[in-house]
Write a protein that binds this ligand. Sequence first.
Ligand SMILES: [Mg+2]
Length: 320
Amino acid sequence: MAGDGEFDFIRKRLLPLMEGDPAGLDLADDAALLSHGPCEEFVLACDTLIAGVHFLETDAPAVIASRALRSNLSDLAAMGATPRAYLSALSWPAALPDAWRSAFVDGLAHEQARFGLVLVGGDTTATPGPLTISLTLVGSLPVGTALRRAGASVGEDVWVSGMIGDATLGLEVARGDVTMPTACRRAYEAPEPRLGLGQALRGVATSAVDISDGLLADAGHIAAASRCRLVLDVDTVPVSPAAAGWLAAGGALERLMSGGDDYELLFTAPPTQRAAIAAIGRDLALELTRIGRVEAGSGILARRADGTRLETVRTGFTHF
Ligand SMILES: [Mg+2]
């Protein structure tokens, strides 16, 4: 999660440390790609969650463990990788009770079993600051098959998996907003990383990103990396029945399209792949929806069914 200033800092100060090594993918993708022998590449992703910034201080420890691991796994899913192992850097405030840490580790144990991962290293430390959880995920895939943000071409379709916006509404439920649909809470607490989809899309999709910053912002990442424009028909983006009810009661579509933490995949593919993508959706019992087209130009155009532009007050994650 990074604002404009952070992207600028990454580009100006951290990018030189990559020293042109192709493994870093210009520090601009969902994960790094490290060559390993003739057949396999490692995929490495690191993500940090800070109390009060990326999760609520009141979130249960198992929920924080789940979101930490799943949001990282989503980055591997976006590359098409199979997860192997992870490292954890945990910075505990001194006042954090032992029972809390224990419940957090129980949460990690539950989640790593669910996704077939093991912990292989890391660090724990005390901090005078807020609880900070940093996980590094290691995955792998056959050489040359990684899905990248760059790769979309003019004339291709834009697709999205699952439903968009529930996590945004679920966060408001977790914050105690009783006007939000409670059915959305699970989407915030335990988002589903689309690992099977990412792996199935290798050789089918031309670009992919996971939706962590918000559908519009992450579509913008593909547009920027692929040097093209994504035209999105936002009224075709699927939303859950709970979110549809919230919209019908006056909720703003913009909020669902800009909210973060969906962890669905947004990807592009040529029209010749439509039948293959439909088959993947059937195999995975996962809704895959065509929501737009790749055009020449730059940035994104979020278009309503009546031809007007979606009014956006912000595109993407803002810290809470
Ligand atoms: Mg990502």
